[in-house]
Design a binder for this molecule. Structure first.
Ligand code: FES
Length: 167
């Protein structure tokens, strides 16, 4: 699903207002993280403009909001790609060729780890932990789905031809 970035339009304000309304009557500090999940999911990052509105309406300092954003790996201050690939570099995947998968994906997209393609289609990151699915090594996680075992060619094909790669 293609999602838009924040432009501060009436539609953006309406969407953010609807998200905030879900927490009406609740403690703002307790609601902040679930609200940020909605915002991150919608925009693929926490836009400063959205954070300012949350800060004003819920009386939470901006430093507290961005403290949460930088602390939790689930949140980013920059837009992520519409598709996300995480390449497992845990021990089993590493020995089964994870670095070849990484090279294939990153070369095909012409980016480095943790970068997003200029068209916003893909962000690729390294997972240096084990997914607990070593029997599928080497594996990647694409948009929250585990895929493996994969070859470098299959990974390159995935980033080139994923339907979600379209605008
Ligand atoms: S090391 Fe990759 S799933 Fe275990």
């Amino acid at each position: 699903m293609v999602r838009e970035t924040w432009n501060g339009t009436q539609e953006d304000l309406r969407k953010l207002g609807a998200m905030m309304q879900r927490f009406e009557g609740r403690d703002p500090m307790e609601s902040l993280i679930p609200l940020l999940h909605y915002v991150q999911d919608e925009y693929r990052y926490i836009p400063e403009g959205a954070a300012e509105i949350i800060s004003d309406c819920w009386h939470i300092p901006m430093t507290d909001i961005f403290g949460v954003v930088t602390f939790y790996a689930d949140f980013t201050a920059e837009p992520l790609g519409r598709n996300r690939m995480s390449i497992c570099e845990g021990a089993a995947c590493y020995f089964m060729g994870a670095t070849d998968l990484a090279a294939a994906a990153l070369d095909a997209l012409n980016i480095q780890y943790n970068e997003t393609t200029p068209d916003g289609a893909w962000t690729v990151s390294r997972a240096d932990f084990c997914y607990g699915a070593c029997h599928l090594a080497p594996l990647v996680e694409v948009n929250h789905k585990i895929r493996g075992p994969l070859t470098a060619e299959q990974v390159a094909e995935t980033v080139r031809h994923s339907p979600a790669n379209e605008h």
